[in-house]
Design a protein around this ligand. Structure first.
Ligand code: 3PG
Ligand code: MG
Length: 399
């Protein structure tokens, strides 16, 4: 088992504590439109400030090519201040005189946010020199950006490897690490994974890794269509990946040889175009018409999936079942989510979910709080599920 330092042991009083957070939040009209990631890291910030640290927040936002006012963290820092209910100062650069002056003016318990690390191209190059400049701004490093931990960037990895800063996982990071461990390293069996979303191609490694670890693999979303085609079924005008039909066959064969249960849709909600509330009907997957598009799982499939969950002890979920952006094609996902939330609340299931789209549906269905753990990670959650040790986690492992 991997071992990490604990923040409980970090001496932070009077120290400059560099906290790498993921303030890469959705923005709309210059304002934060979804503060989930900020709420997750708020406890780490307030705890460290209450313990007398001088808290210096490091983050990227968006994918700017050099300095760009549209990607400034200034409005995000204001949102952090609102959520932690204390002032957050802002420095217009993350290294150099502006950062140094702002840090020199800090008192114990103060919080400061530095400007977007990606305004310097060296950030994404994991540049050692740049990382040393960042590291020189602090005495202690806390990594609380799980959702960015799949990036080997200067403020995430080189800042640790190129300096003597003691590195600790923050509280949110710790919760994510514990969830991954509980789901994969010592899960209660049987384990079921739900993998949905549009493309098999983006989830190949994931499917391979999961098959080795779970008793049941449930496939949903448009990627299930590629499996249906591999089973010789007609999917009409549905989205599927012709070049991956053989791969889908191979995955089904692998599941059989490993003795794993692979669950595919048996019925579907179909329509002839994808938009909100278009006329739709439920058909067997053997009766999809030539002009039909499969847009959600049907009621028999929902029932079957829920019956699998009822005999599952640990659930790992990434990807929606249907074209959830358009009502009513979010129904299948929401019904399964409701069932997972109820089983979890009743103490019968340990449930983990993550990924941008998945979390959006779970939030819309108001079940997020009733699952065991919902990851803030999109790409990071997926890579963790693929069995990879994320670069931003690797640097935290105590040898
Ligand atoms: C994310 O939102 O996926 C992380 O913040 C990483 O951002 P990136 O995908 O732009 O590297
Ligand atoms: Mg991303």
């Amino acid at each position: 088992m991997k071992s990490f330092r604990t923040l409980d042991d970090a001496g932070v009083k009077g120290k400059r504590v560099l906290v790498r957070v993921d303030l890469n939040v959705p923005m709309h009209d210059g304002k934060v439109s979804d503060a989930t990631r900020i709420k997750e890291i708020a406890p780490t910030i307030t705890e460290l400030a209450d313990r007398g640290g001088r808290i210096i927040l490091l983050s990227h936002l968006g994918r700017p090519k050099g300095p760009d006012p549209k990607s400034s963290l200034k409005p995000v820092a204001a949102e952090v201040a609102k959520i932690i209910k204390r002032p957050v100062a802002f420095a217009a650069d993350c290294v150099g005189p502006k950062a140094q002056a702002a840090i020199a003016a800090m008192k114990d318990g103060d919080v400061l946010c530095l400007e977007n690390t990606r305004f310097h191209p060296e950030e994404e190059q994991n540049d050692k020199e740049f990382a040393r400049k960042l590291a020189a701004l602090g005495d202690v490093f806390v990594e609380d950006a799980f959702s960015a931990a799949h990036r080997a960037h200067a403020s995430i990895t080189a800042i640790v490897t190129e300096s003597d800063l003691p590195a600790y996982p923050g509280r949110a990071m710790k919760a994510e690490l514990e969830a991954i461990e509980r789901a994969f390293e010592r899960p209660e069996h049987p384990v079921t994974a739900i993998v949905g979303g549009a493309k098999v191609s983006t989830k190949l490694e994931l499917l391979g890794n999961l098959l080795a670890k779970v008793e049941t693999l449930i496939i949903g979303g448009a990627m299930a269509n590629t499996f249906l085609v591999a089973q010789g079924k007609a999917v009409g005008k549905s989205l599927y990946e012709a070049e991956l039909v053989q791969t889908a066959s191979d995955i089904m064969a692998k599941a059989r040889s490993l003795g794993r249960e692979l669950v595919l849709p048996v019925d579907a909600v179909v329509a002839t175009k994808l938009a909100d509330n278009v006329p739709s009907r439920v058909v067997s997957v053997d009766a999809v018409g030539a002009t039909d598009m499969i847009l959600d799982i049907g009621p028999l499939t929902v029932e079957h999936v829920i019956s699998v969950l009822a005999r599952t002890k640990t659930l790992v979920w990434n990807g929606p079942f249907g074209a959830f952006e358009h009502e009513p094609f979010d129904n299948g996902t929401i019904e399964v989510a409701e069932a997972a939330a109820e089983l979890t609340a009743a103490g019968k299931l340990v449930s983990f979910a993550g990924g941008g789209d998945t979390v959006a549906v779970l939030n819309a269905a108001a079940v997020t709080d009733r699952l065991t753990h919902v990851s803030t990670g999109g790409g990071a959650f997926l890579e963790a599920l693929e069995g990879k040790t994320l670069p931003g986690v690797k640097v935290l492992i105590v040898p």
